[in-house]
Design a protein around this ligand. Structure first.
Ligand code: AG3
Length: 273
């Protein structure tokens, strides 16, 4: 059987994955949600036709969006994820022994429901005592939040429900919601296919935070496979990795990658200069 899923990543580029079966399809109040089993990467979740997560490569994205900012903070206790309804970022946050509360702010409860049903290995930590799920708009939520140590923006692409998560005003509100050594990170798409978006996010975060850095990781099912994350910090960050982090149970992140992911190819450096 040759059934193919195709994501049209841009007008000129698409990704094709051979599908074994489609398990779920639903139009929620916000987006179209599909779960399918792919041959190459295992089970996959898509929203509005865009790959959000696959069992085969989700660890890269979830570890990198989480362990990089949490390692730079001296003592992360209170952490929030905006978006990220599959729960993968929460799973990684809860691996940190200092963390007391991990809040998930997801606009679409159907994403969480579907993740719990079809992706237990990703969503399982949402039932942890330290995990708190809020079904609300992240833009409003962040305006009232205070004293967070790390805020992670695990959004979809900047079209549809996530548009407001890519604005300087939103980064300003995140700044206000963070405590003294606060750090934010946002997924910021691909340097090959969305260079202007990286520039926009970098400028937006720089307008709110005194320190802004871009880092990269390889996520094969996302457009071009090379993915970026933009980090903003309120103050100086620790570059020495705390001893307890040397034994984090990870498959991509290592203490060496913590340092090397900030080393940017020249064409990417030029984007954020
Ligand atoms: N959020 C980032 C998905 C962006 C992928 N874009 C695309 N396929 N066009 C992923 C959510 C995982 N928790």
């Amino acid at each position: 059987m040759h059934i193919w899923f195709t994501e049209n990543q841009t007008e000129d580029v698409s990704l094709g994955l051979r599908i074994q079966s489609v398990l779920w399809k639903e139009t929620t109040a916000f987006q179209e949600l599909v779960v399918a089993d792919t041959l190459a990467y295992g089970r996959m979740l898509t929203l509005d036709g865009a790959v959000q997560t696959t069992i085969g490569d989700e660890f890269v994205y979830h570890e990198m969006i989480t362990h990089v900012p949490l390692s730079l903070h001296p003592n992360p206790k209170k952490v929030a994820v905006i978006g990220g309804g599959d729960g993968g970022a929460i799973r990684e946050i809860l691996k940190h022994p200092t963390v007391e509360e991990a809040h998930l702010i997801e606009i679409d409860d159907k994403v969480v429901e579907t993740a719990k049903r079809f992706f237990p290995e990703i969503s399982g930590s949402l039932d942890d005592d330290k995990a708190f799920v809020h079904y609300t708009d992240g833009i409003q939520w962040v305006k009232e939040a205070t004293n967070f140590d790390v805020i992670i923006v695990d959004s979809t692409d900047p079209v549809g429900p996530a548009q407001g998560l890519f604005t300087p005003e939103f980064y300003q509100s995140i700044y206000q919601a963070l405590g003294e050594h606060g750090i934010m990170v946002a997924q910021s798409e691909s340097p090959f296919l969305q260079p202007h978006l990286i520039q926009r996010v970098f400028q937006g975060v720089s307008s709110a935070f005194p320190m802004t850095r871009l880092y990269l990781a390889s996520v094969p099912t996302y457009p071009s496979g090379l993915w970026s994350f933009t980090l903003g910090a309120k103050g100086d960050v620790t570059t020495q990795i705390r001893p307890e982090l040397f034994d984090l149970a990870t498959r991509y992140w290592t203490p060496q990658i913590q340092h090397s992911c900030f080393a940017l190819p020249k064409f990417v450096q030029e984007l954020v200069r």
